[in-house]
Design a protein around this ligand. Structure first.
Ligand code: PRP
Length: 172
């Protein structure tokens, strides 16, 4: 039976999301921001983050997948949903649940650059650096972890646990 160990409570998450939202609202005050959530994992975080911002934003999603039902990235990125709004010369905030190896984010940055946005910033709920394969400049990270497979708050294992309000370390 897989075991779950709480990493962040709902209250911890709320505080961290609010702190990052304050920074983003301040950094982009007076300019237009387009949030791009990376499906599926970011759907909970983006929804909380967007509602804490005090600046107007537009929201879109891209769909990518690399893990399948596994705990390790396959390294092969599948683009399941293309961006649907015009981001040319716009400030982009890519919103992820987790940056792990960085393979997905690297792919996404290249993909988004092809639409000629003005700037691309990166915001993630969890920054996990241990397995990072390429350098990624993360502008906003709510929480850093060293190791472990994390589920809950949008993150899954074989499509399970996304609905949990807290973040957990999953031990198989
Ligand atoms: C997860 C997560 C990121 C990516 C990060 O997505 O949401 O997009 O993995 O891993 P990386 O830094 O090693 O590339 P996943 O492929 O599990 O799809 P999902 O969001 O639908 O769960």
């Amino acid at each position: 039976m897989p075991e779950l160990y709480e990493v962040l409570s709902k209250e911890d998450i709320d505080k961290k999301v609010a702190a990052v939202a304050r920074r983003i609202s301040s950094d982009f005050k007076g300019s237009e921001l387009v949030m791009i959530g990376v499906l599926k994992g970011s759907f909970v975080f983006l929804s909380d983050l967007a509602r804490q911002l005090t600046i107007p934003v537009k929201i879109d999603f891209v769909g990518v997948s690399s893990y399948g039902d596994d705990v390790a990235s396959s390294g092969r990125i599948q683009l399941n949903r293309e961006i649907g709004i015009d981001i040319k010369e716009k400030n982009i905030l890519v919103v992820e649940d987790i940056v792990d190896t960085g393979i997905t984010m690297n792919y996404l940055i290249d993909y988004l650059k092809s639409f000629n946005p003005l700037t691309i910033s990166i915001c993630t709920m969890i920054d996990k650096q241990q397995r990072r394969e390429s350098e990624i400049r993360i502008d906003y990270a709510c929480h850093e972890i060293k190791e472990g497979f994390i589920v809950g708050y949008g993150l899954d294992y074989a499509e399970n646990y996304r609905h949990l309000p807290e973040l957990y370390h999953l031990k198989l």
